[in-house]
Design a protein around this ligand. Sequence first.
Ligand code: DX5
Ligand code: ZN
Length: 214
Amino acid sequence: MSSVVAPSLLASDWGRFRDECKAAEDAGADWLHMDVMDGHFVPPITFGPDVIAVAKKAVNIPIDVHLMIESPERQLQAFADAGADSISVHTEACPNLHRTLQEIKRLGCKAGAAINPGTPVTAVEAVLDLCDIVLVMTVNPGWGGQTFIDSTLGKVTEISKEIARRSAGALIEVDGGINAETGKRARDAGASIFVAGTYVFGSTDYAAAIKSLK
Ligand code: DX5
Ligand code: ZN
């Protein structure tokens, strides 16, 4: 299976945001991963649709939006209008997950359901057939630069088996503490989309870091 590498701009130099987006694209990124945080679902606040629109204009690759926010259903239109190509919402923040995923698709975006390290796979099983992406958090969301949580790999394996059993189309995305070593383990478990913040933007050679995740 071909893999998708999605550098997370969270770890980039925000003073040079547009250049960092372009640099990641030039270095071989397949998608750009944008982490939206609201100060409620997770403690930090990052950015909203206006910044997504800047990234969208800067590059020609898809913009992958990860909403770490409460009540994400209220914001879907704004992020789709800003140019999101995929939008992932957290199961922990969505009481009406089917409706929310259907709305993301209606807006023309790929729909993703995200689960925290402490959330069991049963949280996505009910909506698996609606998902283009299942985003398995491999750290607790909120910050870049954290250590990969090994126990999340078992969930990647489990979801991968369930997708195969149903012949469903969802791809598994992993996010948090991804580097060449943890990325390989996640790939072996069934992941095919690799988000990496610190590993790419903290390196002196973005292209080499991205290549090592392919
Ligand atoms: C964490 C974010 C991640 C973060 C990953 O809440 O969802 O996308 O940027 O950062 P690294 O790759 O540094 O763990
Ligand atoms: Zn993320």
